[in-house]
Design a protein around this ligand. Structure first.
Ligand code: BYC
Ligand code: FE
Ligand code: FE
Length: 482
């Protein structure tokens, strides 16, 4: 019997779920494995499959399982299935079945709903790897290159985690869904990924950092909500994924912060104190703060669409069923059923954006999104501290939640970053001051055209990190390029 905390690295598929003793699922996953490797070789990081990358691999799910760093070629990375330890006597924490023992098998009446949520979650993981596959060629340093690849291999592992659930608990249709997850492609006209933001491009490193700050943070929120699930295996997979998600958000948070820091430093050195003097700032070889703001506007608004409609019967049903909870449900102090509660939802009423009270059960997407916005703001505040420490008069701000939306109450409406409802022609005129335009994107891509692969060196638009990964010194060779 394998200790649930210990990772079994002997077989083809590293795991802590006792796969060696589960012949059916072991075989299903071993059959899926070659397709995964083919996908990784076709759609994973371009140009670095033979490079030796200093990666962290989990060897155990406890606190001590985290310290294992080593050089590995990405195609040989140990992707595997890791579940957080089972909580003894865990109960369904919310919804109509609140207080019943958590389900170790899929309840028949919730099967379709669970499968859909697992497939959507699974679909985002390989999508992000596909979106980021060309970034290696323009990396600002070996440190950043390594962080990109750490994120990529872990998103690959998150796909493994969802595929394990499909193969173990959903029989034949789970197997078919697992195949489909390898077939869809980000941005493909015929077989796109399922959610909008995962079909967008991640064309440059500022977008990559914004994506890991904003979109991986949606990952955190959705995983926190699924970690509350009454379906215990889903809860355990998500709890372990969340430990990895923290690093992805760290990469985005510090990445943007280092770009902001470098811009401020260059402005101070050149004696420029007007942050809107874009031409002079760009001439220094750094990204002006207004353009950083526009990238934030873009990635924030794309990510808000991932929360679905503010008012959603899908979300109400999932909560009522005990399948998907709220952010940190177990820390909330109410009846965890929400049958008679209300919650305010923002919507345009006669041209005015108004808070309307709706049944709380139907507003769960809105609530999760509110929790998300609060979490984002804390990160933005950290960026603003870097700017104010440099005595520059500029504040990065989150745009209004109605800005640039494709899903929900504000879908397709011309709302500006401050939340004013514009006419279509006002929007057309002002679009380029709120979102990156062709000139902005050309500037960024020109600035980032050449990679910096010398150990210890950084591209001119980004400050070095304060500490290395695994406490390595500044000139450590995080990636040995083949
Ligand atoms: N795009 O009731 P509604 C991550 C559809 S990120 C396209 O409003 P619901 C990661 C919806 O499917 C986290 N379609 O929404 C980050 C439905 O269609 P059907 C990923 C959309 O269901 C970085 C209809 O509109 N995890 O992990 O309450 C790197 C009405 O739906 C969209 C999850 O999202 C959209 N944006 O909520 C790597 C968790 N929004 O079924 C990874 C699982 C809605 O009527 N997903 N629709 O044909 C969910 O919880 C929910 O399904 C959603 C939507 C939040 C996606
Ligand atoms: Fe993920
Ligand atoms: Fe992530």
């Amino acid at each position: 019997m394998i200790d649930a905390m210990q990772v079994d690295y002997d077989g083809l598929i590293p795991n802590n779920v006792g796969l060696a003793a589960d012949e059916r699922v072991k075989k299903a996953l071993e059959t899926w494995h070659p397709g995964y490797i083919d996908w990784w070789m076709d759609m994973g990081p371009v140009g670095f499959q033979q490079a030796l990358v200093y990666l962290r691999t989990a060897v155990g799910v406890g606190a001590n399982g985290w310290a294992k760093f080593d050089y590995v070629k990405m195609p040989e990375y140990k992707w595997g299935i890791l579940l957080a330890p089972q909580v003894p006597d865990r109960k369904v924490p919310f919804g109509a079945s609140k207080g019943e023992p958590a389900w170790q098998e899929v309840p028949g009446e919730h099967r379709a709903m669970l499968r859909r949520l697992i497939v959507i979650q699974g679909d985002t993981e390989p999508a992000s790897v596909e979106q980021q596959r060309h970034l290696g060629a323009t990396a600002p340093s070996l440190y950043d290159l390594r962080n990109l690849f750490q994120v990529n291999v872990e998103e690959g592992r998150h796909l493994w985690a969802m595929v394990y659930l499909l193969q173990k608990y959903f029989g034949k249709d789970g197997r078919e869904e697992a195949e489909e997850l390898l077939r869809r492609r980000s941005g493909d006209a015929d077989t796109p990924r399922m959610l909008g933001a995962f079909n967008e491009k991640t064309p440059d490193w500022l977008s990559f950092f914004m994506f890991t700050f904003f979109t991986d943070r949606d990952g955190k929120m959705q995983l926190e909500a699924l970690a509350q699930s009454g379906f215990d295996p889903l809860s355990r997979t998500c709890r372990f994924m969340l430990t990895e998600e923290a690093h992805h958000m760290f990469v985005g948070d510090t990445g943007v912060s280092r770009i902001v820091q470098r811009t401020c430093q260059a402005m101070n050195e050149a004696g420029i104190d007007d942050p809107t003097d874009i031409e002079r700032v760009r001439a220094l070889g750094v990204i002006d703060l207004p353009t950083i703001q526009k990238k934030a506007n873009l990635h924030f608004s794309l990510t808000l669409d991932l929360f679905g409609s503010e008012v959603s019967t899908n979300a109400a049903n999932a909560f009522h069923a005990g399948v998907k909870g709220r952010y940190r449900e177990d820390k909330l102090d109410d009846d965890h059923r929400l049958e008679s509660d209300l919650y305010p939802v923002l919507r345009p009423v006669d041209g005015v954006i108004t808070a309307v009270q709706v049944p709380a059960l139907s507003a769960l997407n809105m609530r999760l999104r509110d929790d998300y916005v609060y979490d984002c703001q804390k990160g933005i505040d950290r960026w603003n501290r870097v700017i104010s420490a440099a005595n520059i008069d500029f504040k990065i701000a989150l745009p209004h939640v109605g800005f640039h939306r494709q899903i929900g109450e504000f879908r397709g409406l011309p709302v500006d970053v401050a939340g004013n409802l514009l006419t279509q022609s006002q929007w057309d005129t002002r679009r380029d001051e709120m979102l990156p335009n062709g000139t902005d994107q050309a500037f960024i891509e020109g600035l980032m055209a050449k990679p910096q692969f010398e150990p210890g060196k950084f591209a001119g638009y980004i400050a070095p990190p304060r500490v290395g990964i695994d406490n390595k010194p500044g000139d450590f060779e995080y990636v040995k390029i083949a």
